[in-house]
Design a binder for this molecule. Structure first.
Ligand code: C2E
Ligand code: CA
Ligand code: CA
Ligand code: CA
Length: 278
């Protein structure tokens, strides 16, 4: 028995070692990936549920890994968070998204807002607002065309969050709460923080037609957003039925596979951006 147990233990530790090796490997790869231009952005368009018009887009990072192929963010963002590499990566995402958006405006497309996800590490930087300001100036993008997405967990230390968000708001950027309803934070921050938008997490939207509780939650978040004079976006809209339900709740905006999956920049440009009239 003891021997069998030892063997299981050895196999177990070997598997652990492999996993750690692959983590370390991926982390080293990520250090080089920024220099080698292996990251790129896709954009998911966001639509007004009232008019059906495209009103904005969310920038989502992807990694074209030389050996492993195309990696989704869930495969490397957590690792980038742990290692701290999320800070330079996040700055690259911010700058690239602003550059794209500015270029589209110069090319004569109707101006829309681009949303960029912030990580906890970035949010904790004392000079984040200065960095955002520097990028906006360098790129020449008006701050009102940038929205920063933070999660509820980042509002946990309310005083620090208030400071950071006020500095960002002074630049003129918009702030949204991503994955709203999934965090452990209290609702207290909603009345004290300068936020513009709630993004209803897709887990609630997913079952809205099947689960009365999810429908109640979506309806309640939307009503609360209206009362607090916040905009509200439903994430993960996949069906016409969900869309009709959301319209019935007066939800302002939606994002999801029903409208479009995230697409490369040139596809967003050719299929979703509209030329200014005249
Ligand atoms: P998120 O911010 O909640 O982004 C939305 C995710 O939902 C995207 O996954 C998008 O492809 C997916 N999605 C959109 N519509 C639908 C739908 O109708 N159905 C379903 N099933 N999924 C939908 P993606 O691109 O894999 O990103 C996953 C997460 O990775 C993001 O979740 C975000 O938390 C993180 N992430 C992505 N890009 C960045 C970045 O540049 N910086 C940081 N810090 N995090 C990022
Ligand atoms: Ca997001
Ligand atoms: Ca989200
Ligand atoms: Ca998420």
């Amino acid at each position: 028995h003891a021997k069998e147990h030892d063997q299981i233990f050895i196999r177990y530790t070997e598997a652990m070692k492999k996993r750690t090796q692959s983590r370390v490997e991926l982390e080293n790869d990520m250090r080089k990936a920024l220099e080698r231009d292996e990251f790129f952005l896709e954009y998911q368009p966001q639509f007004s549920l009232l008019t059906g018009k495209m009103v904005g887009m969310e920038a989502l990072v992807r990694w074209n890994h030389p050996k492993r192929g195309l990696l989704p963010p869930n495969d490397f963002i957590p690792l980038a968070e742990d290692s701290g590499l999320i800070v330079p990566l996040g700055e690259w995402v911010l700058k690239t998204a602003c550059e794209h958006n500015r270029k589209w405006q110069l090319d004569g497309y109707e101006p829309v807002c681009v949303s960029v996800n912030l990580s906890m590490r970035q949010f904790r930087q004392y000079n984040l607002a200065d960095k955002v300001d520097a990028i906006l100036r360098e790129v020449g993008l008006d701050a009102k065309y940038l929205e920063l997405e933070v999660t509820e967990s980042m509002t946990f230390d309310i005083d620090t969050a208030l400071n950071q968000l006020q500095s960002l708001k002074r630049l003129g950027v918009h702030i949204s709460i991503d994955d709203f309803g999934t965090g452990y934070s209290s609702l207290n921050y909603l009345k004290s923080l300068p936020i513009d938008r709630l993004k209803i997490d897709r887990s609630f939207v997913k079952e809205v037609m099947l689960d009365g509780n999810d429908a109640a939650i979506v309806s309640t978040i939307t009503t609360m957003a209206h009362h607090l004079k916040l905009k509200v976006t439903a994430e993960g809209v996949e069906s016409e039925e969900q869309l009709e339900f959301l319209k019935g709740q007066n939800c302002h905006e939606g994002q999801g596979y029903l409208f479009s999956k995230p697409v490369p920049a040139r596809v967003l440009e050719s299929q979703f951006l509209s030329r200014l009239a005249g």
